[in-house]
Ligand binder design. Structure first.
Ligand code: NAP
Length: 309
């Protein structure tokens, strides 16, 4: 029979690594399943992180993840670059299967992250990180006094458009309908902002540029007329999908698929199973809030282990 770990952490973004730092430092020797391809989570696709406290010069997203990993391993965390493919979480001993291995633990911390929804149009993948971004708070500052586009009509798009309007020359909001889904207070604020131009009933057909973004091709949904809009930056804010699919038959989630936790703790409906970061968070989705939640999950797991007979 294989070893029974105190803690298995599934996911290796800021939430996962912070949970690893805390549980490792508490002497719990956690196992981190970091993923085979996407280790590091959303920050691996961000360039410079300028808003993580403690890095006044900024730090590259991947480097920040490396440093968190180094810190966790220094205290005794074990990392395996494998994807969890099946989890059995209801019994006191939890089982996490990967393609090649089966791991067992008394507690599991789910730090599965979320995926930005994509437009799935030509040029999107190629120009991601070259003018196209999914995170205004992360990358907006690089487009000071420039022409910025943002796609979407929900609270995220409007909040991000208002943020971008503080330093962009013009913010072009591209929305597929003629009314915003966002709350009225945010929508009114956006529509009253001087340097915001609304492109209603507009769909992005393609994102254009060779080495960097130069324009987007829009199609008017009423007239089918096409036009090119020159842009320096394009933010896509059309929602997120929490990566909870693998556990959603066992762990309670809300209608949108986010794992439910007993706030202010990170406890899920299953004893010994904790969740943190973007797979839980509807609102903030920042590296630092995910790290904070990872710390909370580690402390919750530690308290749970201490309560076991
Ligand atoms: P959302 O509410 O699902 O809105 C997504 C937006 O993207 C909608 O306007 C939608 O258009 C559009 N969209 C979706 N798929 C698209 C596609 N393929 N092409 C073009 N447009 C597309 O997502 P969200 O704005 O990320 O908000 C998620 C949750 O977080 C919401 O509950 C929201 O209230 C909350 N939130 C709150 C705040 C705040 O209160 N400050 C800030 C951010 C988020 P349609 O409108 O036509 O469907």
């Amino acid at each position: 029979m294989s070893e029974i770990y105190n803690v298995i952490i599934v996911g290796s973004g800021p939430a996962g690594w912070t949970a690893a730092v805390y549980t490792a430092r508490a002497g719990l020797r956690p196992l981190v399943l970091a993923g085979s391809l996407e280790a590091g989570g959303a920050l691996m696709t961000t360039t410079e992180v300028e808003n993580f406290p403690g890095w006044p010069e900024g730090i590259l997203g991947p480097e920040l993840m490396e440093k968190m990993q180094e810190q966790a391993e220094k205290f005794g965390a074990r990392t395996e670059y494998e994807d969890a493919v099946e989890l059995s979480l209801t019994d006191p001993v939890k089982i996490v299967k990967t393609a090649d291995n089966e791991y067992r633990a008394k507690t599991v911390i789910l730090a599965l992250g979320s995926a930005y929804r994509k437009l799935n149009v030509p040029g999107e993948t190629e120009l991601s990180g070259k003018g196209v971004s999914y995170c205004a708070t992360c990358d907006g500052f690089f487009f000071k006094n420039r022409e910025i586009g943002i796609v979407g009509g929900g609270d995220s798009a409007v909040t991000e458009a208002l943020f971008l309007a503080r330093f962009g020359k013009t913010v072009h909001v591209i929305h597929r309908r003629d009314a915003l889904r966002a709350s009225k207070v945010l929508a009114d604020r956006l529509l009253g902002t001087k340097n915001v131009v609304m492109h209603w009933n507009s769909k992005v057909q393609s994102i254009n540029g060779t080495d960097e973004l130069t324009s987007v091709t829009l199609e008017n949904t009423l007239t089918q007329e096409r036009s090119d809009l020159p842009l320096d930056g394009l933010f896509i804010a059309i929602g997120h999908s929490p990566r909870s699919g693998i556990v959603s038959s066992q762990v309670e989630t809300d209608e949108a698929g986010y794992i439910k936790t007993a706030a202010p703790t990170t406890a899920t409906n299953l004893p010994g199973v904790f969740a943190c970061g973007d797979v839980v968070d509807h609102n903030y989705r920042q590296a630092v809030t995910a790290a904070g939640a990872g710390c909370a999950a580690a402390l919750d797991a530690q308290a749970f282990l201490a309560s076991l007979p």
